[in-house]
Write a protein that binds this ligand. Structure first.
Ligand code: 5AD
Ligand code: SF4
Length: 437
């Protein structure tokens, strides 16, 4: 979501006549788009702002902005922590950026704006050779998971009209984008109770169906769904919609029912296992990944063992594992953060090993097979190795040329590690890739 917001920031500024540079040292303005989900990310952003402040002593016209969730979370306090910061803009007011930049003196823009804008209210400036894009379908979150700062920084759920989303997808398709990733805090809540179910299908699945028939768009992904509303229509959509990729990132947070209840996550480990089993039955090669928090207040060894047991059954082929970090203003911040850092790290390592084992196994099933890979770019600068992703979200390295970017190529898989596959592009007698869409 931050990546999409950053793209919107740069599009907005380019439309206003600013130029983007990849050399921070010559920039007149540096904007840090921040994350508040964990404390570590905030510490890093403050460190970077401190480093930038030194430049201001040499060039007083140089501007520093802090935007995003940390801006919302810290507010005025940021100016006290670092007097060199010029402006602070929360995620709901990013559209005010150009006006803010044109004014002088320190300024704070947080809280709800008079009118909520969506990022797509601005022309998109897509980078050169881009074939994938994020597409926001909603903002905010109505859940109140005890550990999470997002509802505080991004506000309540708001859905974008379906027509607008489809319109933006058409625009993206017309500008070389082959793969779209629908974004929202809980994408499968899209439409909430404001949009009706049709033929037993949720608004989210209705949206997927509309996008599935758009010419030019070859792949559709989404991030992230919530286990609570992961309904059968969505599982069926995975089976029936040809462009919907067989890959699901399903954040579960814990495998212990006691901890899930403490976190106010409204489901049990059985529910997760049911979703995983149904998905694997519908598409046997589906990739399933997750988010987990280790060391939530009061998480005992037994609770943790339940998460390990769930991992052993679910066999997630990828997981983001986070050590619990108390966030001011959340409910769990009032609890004692009683799991030692070293114990959080131990639990983190145990789960990482489980995931690596599952991921290696998952990857090995594709050895010798030919997979469709969307060629995204150079693997490393100055080499002819390119990288791309399979529909089930495996990263693949292979030899190809820059002209292949944006094409879906058949790649025969020769080797695999826990994180990546390598292979050879299959060509026919005319030297054309076997799969051309
Ligand atoms: N501490 C650690 N991890 C967190 N996450 C959210 N809040 C916290 C927190 N306070 C993780 C969750 C979420 C992901 C984006 O970040 O796993 O799914
Ligand atoms: Fe945060 Fe929970 Fe909403 Fe996800 S569902 S953004 S974890 S409050």
């Amino acid at each position: 979501m931050n990546e999409r917001d950053s793209e919107m920031i740069s599009s907005q500024l380019q439309c206003a006549g600013y130029e983007l540079t990849d050399n921070e040292k010559i920039a007149d303005v540096v904007i840090l788009n921040t994350c508040s989900v964990r404390e570590q990310a905030e510490i890093k952003a403050l460190g970077k702002a401190g480093y930038l402040a030194r430049r201001k002593r040499i060039n007083p016209n140089f501007k520093i902005g802090i935007v995003g969730c940390m801006a919302e979370n810290f507010g005025e306090k940021l100016f006290k922590l670092n007097g060199a910061i010029d402006f602070v803009i929360g995620p709901k007011r990013l559209h005010e950026l150009v006006n803010v930049l044109e004014s002088n003196g320190q300024s704070l823009h947080i809280g709800d704006p008079q009118r909520q804008h969506f990022s797509h209210d601005f022309d998109r400036k897509l980078g050169k050779n881009k074939c994938t894009a994020f597409l926001s379908i909603m903002h905010g979150c109505n859940m109140r998971c005890t550990y999470c700062v997002v509802p505080k920084t991004r506000g309540n759920e708001q859905y974008r009209p379906m027509e607008d989303i489809v319109g933006e997808a058409e625009f993206l398709a017309g500008n070389g984008i082959r793969e779209i990733t629908l974004l929202g805090q809980i994408v499968n809540n899209y439409g909430g109770r404001l949009m009706p179910m049709i033929d037993g299908k949720t608004p989210f699945v209705q949206l997927l169906e509309r996008l599935n028939v758009l010419p030019g768009i070859e792949r559709i992904r989404y991030m992230s769904p919530h286990p609570q509303n992961f309904s059968d229509d969505l599982i069926l959509a995975h089976k029936n919609l040809s462009k919907l990729c067989p890959s699901v990132h399903l954040p579960i947070q814990s495998g212990s029912n006691r901890i899930l209840a403490a976190m106010r996550r409204p489901y049990t480990s059985d529910r997760i296992l049911t979703i995983v089993a149904k998905l694997r039955k519908a598409i046997p090669s589906v990739g399933i990944s997750t988010d987990i928090i280790v060391g939530y207040p009061g998480e005992t060894e037994k609770d943790f063992e339940e998460t390990v047991a769930l991992f052993d059954i679910a066999k997630f082929n990828m997981a983001f594992i986070f050590k619990y970090s108390p966030r001011e203003g959340t409910r769990s911040a009032e609890l004692v953060d009683d799991v030692e850092e070293s114990e959080k790290e131990r639990r983190n390592q145990i789960l990482l090993q489980r995931v690596q084992k599952a991921s290696l196994r998952y990857h090995q099933q594709f050895l010798g097979k030919t997979m469709e890979v969307l060629v995204e770019g150079h693997a490393r600068r100055g080499t002819d190795m390119m990288f791309g992703w399979t529909p089930n979200h495996c990263k693949v390295l292979f030899k190809a040329s820059e002209n292949d970017i944006g094409k879906i190529s058949p790649v025969q898989i020769d080797s695999s590690t826990t994180t990546i596959l390598s292979g050879t592009v299959m060509k026919n007698a005319q030297g054309k890739s076997l799969v051309q869409r």
